[in-house]
Design a protein around this ligand. Structure first.
Ligand SMILES: *[C@@H]1O[C@H](CO)[C@@H](O)[C@H](O)[C@H]1NC(C)=O
Ligand SMILES: *[C@@H]1O[C@H](CO)[C@@H](O)[C@H](O)[C@H]1NC(C)=O
Ligand SMILES: *[C@@H]1O[C@H](CO)[C@@H](O)[C@H](O)[C@H]1NC(C)=O
Ligand SMILES: *[C@@H]1O[C@H](CO)[C@@H](O)[C@H](O)[C@H]1NC(C)=O
Length: 315
């Protein structure tokens, strides 16, 4: 996840607890960051309401509520260059565009196409997440959630290993927040190198009350076998950041990256209600000095329609 301008971030004085009002979800593992991971039913959706994160099933029924604990002190602080202090150890290398949803102009689609790269030559517990993401901030400008389609190389306690898996996931940012993954527990949705994936995050006006709520679904086109997950961005004026790139943890040598020069994101479309905006992709690295193995991103064809972005893995 990546935020470009000086944004406020959260400093958390206590943990955020999962206190299920409806205890249907239990953690299936933990990410390297320590956040608990939950598997949620395919096509679930999440909605933040105040201090709560509600998980709804595909039909909109509430199946779980996460509650931010009351004694948390939220301190908004300024970060000069990046916000990765929330995500120790994780480095993000991405191209991104900041957006603001209003009643008349919303993000309608963030689509891109890429080919699953060969696995790295060496697996030393590194974690690589190549993702198409939409980050939202709350009314205080604090990022609270990131909805993504992801291919993951490496393992969390839940899923994966020395191969690629496809996921639709929502990460709730409070430091001890949660990562929700759509799919079937215990089943690794593996994906082979060479597979062409069309990934998309699309506004779905058929969900909820379209006058009041803006729901997005993250999915891979063309196959119902692949997981889907949704989230709500409901406040007009809310800020979002569309990003395409990689998050990594523990990659310190070239051989920890895919055994290819690059991954190319083609047919990248960022469509708003009124059409394709005039935009330029920004490139940024969060946790810059930690990019030990030298990955970087270039924008080869700029703009909102048919953009081309390349994630390079160094020499
Ligand atoms: C946006 O739409 C909502 C719901 O229709 C309405 O309550 C609100 O006043 C609108 N805001 C603006 C700035 O038009
Ligand atoms: C985005 O992808 C979806 C699913 O494949 C497709 O229906 C939609 O037309 C695409 N939109 C754009 C702007 O590329
Ligand atoms: C992926 O997108 C390409 C063009 O954008 C299209 O030709 C192809 O059919 C799509 N594949 C799937 C599985 O939707
Ligand atoms: C998602 O749901 C569809 C049916 O709606 C199903 O065909 C598909 O297998 C499910 N995918 C996963 C990962 O469970």
């Amino acid at each position: 996840m990546l935020l470009l301008s000086a944004l406020r971030i959260i400093a958390v004085a206590a943990t955020f607890l999962s206190q299920p009002a409806l205890g249907l979800l239990t953690p299936v593992g933990h990410a390297p960051s320590g956040k608990p991971i939950y598997v949620v039913p395919n096509k679930s959706r999440v909605r933040q309401v105040g201090r709560e994160l509600q998980v709804l099933d595909a039909k909109g029924a509430l199946i779980h509520t996460f509650t931010q604990s009351r004694n948390v002190q939220r301190k908004a602080v300024r970060s000069h260059t990046h916000t990765h202090t929330r995500r120790q150890g994780i480095t993000t290398i991405a191209a991104s565009i900041p957006l603001t949803n209003t009643n008349s102009s919303k993000l309608e689609a963030l689509n891109t196409t890429f080919v699953v790269p060969p696995a790295p030559k060496r697996f030393d517990s590194q974690l690589l997440l190549i993702a198409n993401s939409l980050v939202a901030t709350d009314e205080h400008g604090v990022p609270y959630g990131e909805l993504s389609t992801v291919i993951q190389y490496g393992a969390t306690a839940l899923i994966g290993g020395s191969y690629w898996t496809v996921l639709a996931q929502f990460e709730w940012f409070p430091d001890a927040g949660a990562i929700l993954i759509a799919g079937r527990s215990g089943v690794d949705p593996t994906v082979s190198p060479g597979t062409v994936l069309n990934s998309s995050i699309i506004h779905d006006p058929s969900l909820g009350n379209p006058n009041l709520e803006t729901w997005y679904m993250a999915s891979f086109a063309g196959s119902d076998d692949l997981p889907q997950l949704g989230s709500l961005y409901d406040t007009p004026g809310i800020s979002q950041v569309a990003t395409i790139g990689m998050e990594e943890e523990g990659a310190v040598e070239r051989e920890h990256y895919p055994n290819a020069e690059s991954v190319r994101f083609t047919k990248t479309n960022l469509l708003l209600t009124e059409g394709y905006p005039e935009v330029k992709w920004d490139i940024a690295v969060e946790g810059g000095s930690e990019v030990a193995a030298g990955a970087y991103v270039t924008v080869d064809k700029d703009g909102a329609e048919g953009a081309e972005i390349t994630l390079h893995f160094g020499n």
